[in-house]
Design a protein around this ligand. Structure first.
Ligand SMILES: *[C@@H]1O[C@H](CO)[C@@H](O)[C@H](O)[C@H]1NC(C)=O
Ligand SMILES: *[C@@H]1O[C@H](CO)[C@@H](O)[C@H](O)[C@H]1NC(C)=O
Length: 338
């Protein structure tokens, strides 16, 4: 595959993925230099909606849980990781359930978890920066594609995995060479990407039992999965350092609030990267306000309101959440190629 690489300047899409990866590294290591930011590149063909060799186009299809379109999407993820990132661990967490509109039929829900952790970590030792998006699409209307809901976020996560892989490898090798074999949170930091199934409601109304099928099942299973005795973390939920959920991203000029005070520090780190990249002229869009426009929010401005989404089953169990979703729903909620 030949992909044209161009210096980064492509606006929100690039911006978001870059923020994500920077975020990973600013926590673990140190602030990235301006030169590093200038060096970031994006293969635009990966996000070309007509390029079937790219990351996005193959999943711009209806992906309702339990349908052939969804199986194709799963295959796309698996093929990508097996081929491009063979040393990442792939793990399925499957469940079934009935919905209000599909009768007694058991609908399958399959969450895909992919991970890379420091090579010296034992089970239960690594903590994971956890990046999440859902890959199922809505049952109705027929042929709903859900480009931003959430095919684009899934493609962004794949792109991030491929981009950070070499830096993680380098970081791990340096640490091994220095004999710094872990034992602290930043040293034992891995990356975990979760493609969730069954986010969408099947019926016309979103309810607590008709939605979030995959995330409810995964959070519950992890709550009851004990790590080996003497592990740093008691269960896989506790291994999540922060749960970063991407949703409804990919349309122009998103405005993303900071929803939760406990993760506002992370939001501010990302907003500062956005600000630096704008000042360096690395982002194509010139919105009146930054996409992450609430860096200056102060504690008493945080309310209890949030947007219902896949983070809820995890939030209820005490996992720190960063929700990257625009407050106003983008006007185009579906893209239908051709
Ligand atoms: C930027 O890219 C150049 C050319 O590939 C490389 O020599 C340099 O080390 C990179 N700088 C950083 C900070 O990654
Ligand atoms: C879970 O679901 C995936 C996707 O449908 C499938 O490939 C995998 O084999 C299933 N795993 C188990 C243990 O059933």
């Amino acid at each position: 595959m030949q992909h044209s690489q161009r210096p980064s300047s492509r606006g929100h899409l690039l911006y978001l993925l870059v923020l994500q990866l920077l975020f990973a590294y600013t926590i673990a290591y140190q602030t990235l230099s301006d030169d590093f930011l200038r060096n970031l590149t994006l293969a635009e063909s990966d996000f070309d909606i007509h390029n079937q060799e790219g990351l996005l186009a193959p999943i711009l299809i209806p992906r309702v849980s339990g349908t052939p379109g969804q199986a194709k999407t799963q295959q796309h993820f698996v093929n990508f990781f097996r081929k491009e990132l063979p040393d990442w661990t792939l793990l399925w967490q499957n469940s079934t359930g009935t919905t209000p509109v599909t009768g007694d039929r058991q609908i399958p829900f399959s969450n895909l978890i992919v991970r890379k952790e420091p090579p010296w970590t034992k089970p239960g030792q690594a903590n994971y920066l956890t990046l999440v998006a859902h890959y199922d699409s809505k049952f109705k209307p027929d042929n709903f594609i859900g480009a931003i809901d959430s095919a684009v976020p899934c493609a962004i996560l794949m792109h991030i995995a491929r981009f950070v892989d070499k830096y993680m490898k380098q970081m791990h090798e340096e640490m091994v060479a220095l004999g710094e074999l872990g034992g602290t949170v930043p040293m034992d930091m891995g990356l975990q990407i979760i493609f969730l199934d069954g986010e969408e409601a099947f019926g016309p109304a979103w309810t607590s039992t008709d939605s979030l099928y995959g995330s409810r099942s995964l959070a519950e299973e992890w709550e009851h999965t004990m790590n080996p005795a003497l592990s740093n973390y008691r269960d896989p939920l506790n291994q999540i350092s922060i749960f970063v959920l991407l949703d409804l991203l990919g349309s122009a000029n998103p405005r993303i609030p900071s929803y939760f005070l406990p993760t506002h520090w992370a939001y501010k780190n990302m907003a500062s990267v956005e600000d630096r990249m704008r000042k360096l002229g690395l982002l194509e869009t010139k919105p009146a306000r930054p996409f992450l426009y609430e860096a200056g929010k102060v504690p008493n401005q945080f309310t209890k309101s949030f947007v219902g989404d896949d983070h809820e089953p995890f939030m209820k169990r005490g996992v720190p959440i960063l929700h990257l979703i625009p407050l106003e729903l983008p006007r185009c909620l579906a893209y239908s190629p051709g």
